[in-house]
Design a protein around this ligand. Structure first.
Ligand code: ADP
Ligand code: MG
Length: 780
């Protein structure tokens, strides 16, 4: 974490001190050891703890399946003690207690060591045959038997954590006490996302200790009363009790429903305010100028715009002509022609006397945008050169790795206004870059930028510029509403004519003949003048992660396992080997099928000059095969590229695979995508790839992808701090809630922009904005 981010975190935590009980540090509530263990889960304040919701609820009567516990896995299981046996150790002093727990079919061994028999008495008394309880530890193997050594456990019957007796003392039990015990025994047990530092029942004990003494005054209520009433949602404190300490299933279901509404409502309020504030600031109207640069551009376009491009073009033209800032998201399949649409908007702004900036997520993409734009503009983009057309403008590039001289020239052109179009990476955000007449900011592939970066660029202009965000990742409607709720959306659905398209086949890596055929197919295409990508999940075998440019996105987590074990933590086992550029390259060079073919490479650890050179060699055909990581995922455009072999394809998310595939079949040559995988047919991973092979519709794939992912990943850590503030809300399945909350939030903000009548909501909104800011600082 950057020092400044740490400072901000500290400030926020400090600010929390003024928030009453919820702002209290856990160190003030619990003993230092407990506070430290909770801290390891990222929980620092009472509020953090209360927002650490149970992952699921278990029922005392249902035992966990013990037969498929994996070695080295941290597990929590419910089971019954079958046998318990204390005996002296054979070869050294001391005693050993061996307990067999069972699910009725399989068993698992618990082992406790003690200095002498007496020191094990404590456990032996609690772990008597017939007792059920919850056990947690890391699965190890001893002489072929799976076991937990010194597990933490809680026996049922006693309600307190390890260390107190599980059996009630002798003597009579009063009727109300008995009733309470029965009631207790039937209540769902919350299972928390826990860790090695603290078992789930200790978290439960902490949460209950806090809840017992909490009052309505301690808990702010972000949801307006009429909204709660309209949707029959419990109040905040009732919901906290319901989610952490439910009496029955109905309790926690209602509580979760309420928190989903709360998350959606707070977020939609943030977005509604952001949009309202942005629309309030004036912008310069940039109406189209007949006979200007854009018309000249249209006249020299070698193709007809598609109906979709024309329609979106008209929307943009009208919005740019308004004195309020345009705030629009343009989504469209890879290759749907967004760049042309954006360029026409930029030219309209140049025609009106302004400048436009295009922000790309990587250097490769910025370079490519520059090339594309210069090519499309021809003499129209060569102002200052002899070949220039009369109304020409200048297009300059600004990236972090430019030489000092080139950079000085570009900076001067941007600052003087000579450059109508400035293309760059986040280097554009640097304070030294001045674009005084900035009238339009185009952000390509927004999913890699935060809202704040967008704002930083917009802040360069004296007057708020218009904004166009482009993304090739199709975003389901509710995700767009959540991630880009302050933007209006346009979509390009059709691809330009003349695209040959891509056919996709899944290749099982354990079928030698298929694999062989894959490389032969690749060779055939090259002999025919085509180009081929070979995509690997990572750069080198020794490196755990993939490229800096594109974090490895496995997308293989199929949500929660339906079966118990209740909680499985990080496995200590190393992941199996993944194809790495540095290993695949020499392997391909040895392949008989690829004899005499020059093979290049590209990945995020190469300098931008190296990457440029690799791209140029590939495009020219000098190296018709390019072994690469996902750096080629977005935007790279080589029309002759027609084959893509994706190695260990199951390692990529569906949307990412679709993006990759979009790199081929862009010209008249039909594309062939071969997704190689070692995933066994019938496995979820294989099914995903089959879906990928059968579906060309990026929107459908994006939805499938999201369904298959874990909730926290949906919005992507890169988008915002949302993954921390949206805990229960699921953007796909909770679409109705998002719709409802969005309408209500917009209406509320229109009525009461400062939220003066909703102090609880105002506070929650402020916290979310702070969290976004902190998350942003951590990313930069
Ligand atoms: P995107 O940015 O949406 O992936 P691009 O704008 O890069 O797509 O367009 C992909 C390719 O299609 C480019 O080579 C572009 O020149 C071409 N193209 C764009 N619009 C059309 C059209 N209407 N007809 C034919 N080709 C087009
Ligand atoms: Mg593009």
């Amino acid at each position: 974490m950057e020092p400044v981010a740490r400072q901000l975190r500290h400030d926020l935590a400090f600010a929390g001190a003024g928030r009453g009980r919820l702002g209290n540090s856990l160190e003030r509530e619990f003993d230092p050891r407990t506070a430290k263990a909770l801290g390891k889960l990222g929980l620092r304040t009472v509020d953090d703890l209360l927002r650490h919701y149970p992952r699921r609820y278990a029922d005392r009567g249902r035992l966990s399946t013990l037969n498929d516990l994996q070695l080295d896995e941290h597990v929590t299981v419910i089971a019954r003690v079958a046998t318990a046996d204390t005996r002296p150790m054979r070869n050294r002093r001391g005693a050993i207690l061996t307990v067999q727990i069972t699910d009725g079919t399989d068993t698992l061994t618990l082992t406790f060591f003690g200095k002498h028999r007496g020191s094990l008495e404590f456990h032996a008394r609690k772990l008597r045959p017939g007792v059920t309880g919850m056990f947690t530890g890391t699965v190890s193997s001893y002489r072929g038997t799976r076991q937990l050594t010194h597990p933490d456990y809680e026996t049922f019957g006693g309600e307190h954590g390890q260390g107190t007796s599980g059996t009630r003392g002798g003597g009579a039990v009063g009727p109300s006490e008995e009733q309470e015990a029965v009631d207790r025994a039937e209540r769902p047990i919350p299972i928390y996302p826990a860790g090695q530092s603290i078992p789930t029942w200790k978290i439960r004990t902490c949460v209950e200790a806090v809840l017992d003494t909490l009052t309505n005054e301690d808990v702010p209520e972000p949801l307006p009363a009429d909204y709660r009433q309209a949707h029959q949602l419990p109040d905040a404190l009732t919901a906290l009790r319901g989610i952490h300490s439910p009496h029955n299933e109905e309790d926690w279901r209602r509580a979760r429903e309420r928190f989903r509404h709360e998350e959606a409502f707070v977020l939609q309020t943030v977005l509604a305010q952001r949009r309202a504030a942005a629309l309030e600031t004036p912008a310069v109207a940039r109406p189209a100028r007949p006979g200007g640069l854009r018309d000249a551009f249209d006249a020299r376009l070698p193709f007809e715009l598609t109906a979709g491009q024309r329609e979106v073009g008209e929307t943009l033209e009208a919005e740019l002509a308004e004195p309020a800032p345009m705030m629009r998201l343009l989504q469209g399949e890879v290759g749907s022609g967004k760049t042309v649409v954006a360029l026409r908007a930029m030219l309209q702004v140049v025609d009106a006397g302004g400048q436009a900036a295009l922000l790309a997520p990587t250097e490769v993409l910025a370079q490519q945008h520059l090339r594309t734009i210069r090519e499309l503009l021809g003499p129209l983009g060569e102002a200052g050169m002899l070949t220039a057309a009369d109304e020409a403008t200048r297009v300059v590039l600004l990236t972090g790795s430019m030489g000092a001289a080139a950079r000085r020239t570009a900076l001067a052109d941007a600052a003087s206004g000579a450059a109508g179009i400035v293309v760059g990476t986040h280097a554009l955000l640097s304070e030294v870059v001045q674009i005084p007449d900035l009238g339009l900011v185009v952000v390509d592939e927004q999913h890699r930028f935060g809202v704040e970066q967008r704002d930083a660029l917009r802040a360069k202009a004296e007057v708020t510029p218009h904004l166009l965000v482009m993304t090739a990742t199709p975003i389901p409607r509710t995700v767009a509403m959540t991630s880009f709720g302050d933007l209006e959306t346009s979509t390009l659905r059709e691809l330009p004519q003349g695209r040959a398209g891509v056919s996709t086949t899944v290749v099982p890596a354990d079928r030698p003949r298929w694999v062989e055929r894959t490389w032969e197919r690749l060779r055939q295409e090259i002999d025919d003048g085509g180009r081929a990508y070979v995509v690997c999940p990572r750069i080198s075998a020794t490196e755990p992660a993939a490229d800096g440019d594109a974090p490895l996105d496995t997308g293989t987590d199929g949500g929660e396992p339906a079966q118990l074990p209740l909680e499985t933590g990080e496995s200590a086992r190393p992941r199996s080997g993944m194809a790495a550029v540095e290993e695949v390259l020499p392997m391909l060079r040895e392949l008989p099928a690829l004899e005499d073919v020059f093979i290049g490479q590209m990945h995020g650890r190469m300098s931008s000059e190296e990457k440029d050179a690799a791209m140029a060699d590939f495009a020219s055909g000098r190296t018709p095969v390019l072994v690469a990581t996902t750096v080629i995922e977005v935007g790279v455009d080589v029309p002759d590229a027609s084959v893509m072999v994706i190695l260990d394809a199951e390692r990529f998310g569906l949307s990412q695979l679709h993006q990759l595939r979009g790199r081929i079949g862009r010209g008249s040559r039909p594309g062939v995508c071969l997704a190689m995988t070692a995933a066994p047919p019938g496995s979820t991973a294989f099914e995903r790839l089959t879906a990928f092979a059968q579906t060309a519709d990026g929107f459908a794939l994006a939805e499938t992808d999201l369904r298959l992912r874990r909730e926290g990943d949906v919005l992507g850590a890169s988008q915002s701090g949302r993954s921390t503030s949206l805990r229960l809300l699921r953007v796909l399945t909770d679409a109705p809630i998002i719709d409802t909350a969005r309408a209500a939030a917009r209406e509320l903000v229109a009525r009461d922009p400062g939220l003066s009548g909703q102090p609880g909501l105002a506070r929650a909104v402020a916290e979310m904005v702070d969290e976004d800011a902190a998350a942003y600082l951590e990313r930069t």
